[in-house]
Design a protein around this ligand. Sequence first.
Ligand SMILES: [Zn+2]
Length: 270
Amino acid sequence: MTATSRRTEPVERGAAKRRDSGGEAGPVRRSASHNFQEQTRSLTQADYGRRLRLQLTRREVNEVVKEATKEVWPNLNRVPFRLGSPTEFARQWSNLGIKVRLANLSGPEGLGLVGFYVKKIKGVIEHPMICVNIAHHPTLVGTAFAHEMGHHLTARMFGSRTEESRLLLRSDFELHLDEPKELVADILVSLGIYPAEKALRMFGNSDPQLSSDLKEMLCDPAYMRAFDYIADIYGLRIDGTRAGPQKVHCMAALAHYTKLRRALVDEYGI
Ligand SMILES: [Zn+2]
């Protein structure tokens, strides 16, 4: 299935259902739009470069990329991820021995959950499992699959006994900067959607500026180039002023992955 054909199906179905039932679409849409700048403020103000350096060295990042290239994404950081439909991910991931569960939690609280990963536990859990909330915008659903696969890879790579089931929550994105395992999973997503050639062209010739909010971030020419690219590749255009509930989550994720990608260029030239 092409990126275009699968783009908005689950989201539009959910929105239509809420409109039909006279439910939360109106008030939530206005509220989400009103709070959008506030909800993304800590994320846009965060110094991603400094926090990346505090958690991972260039060598560690390169090792993770090498392993991910070998195990799952042979073209990682060379060709942009194709964010297919949930069933397509389920088919691909199940070939790797992972059970995929799709949740559809479209209420205001349910949308707080993006996904989670549960590792295999001998005698208790037969197969590792990835669960993703498909009520989100399809682009966010696609990146959630990739993020959770990142956990699967790190659990295998590091043989971690402490890799717990983790919930990927929309409000967590900036907090991931302080947790190496979460950061590694997000780095794989960032490299997947912004391959090196594109990222170096977008961010390589400009100094990173800290933005006070998303509006200011959107005025930075480097980010403008990045978001134009995302619109071309994934059909997703940042527009905070008309954000519905799903879009708010998606924009927060996109701002996060984009800032992280820029930090990888600025700090490590990756
Ligand atoms: Zn995670």
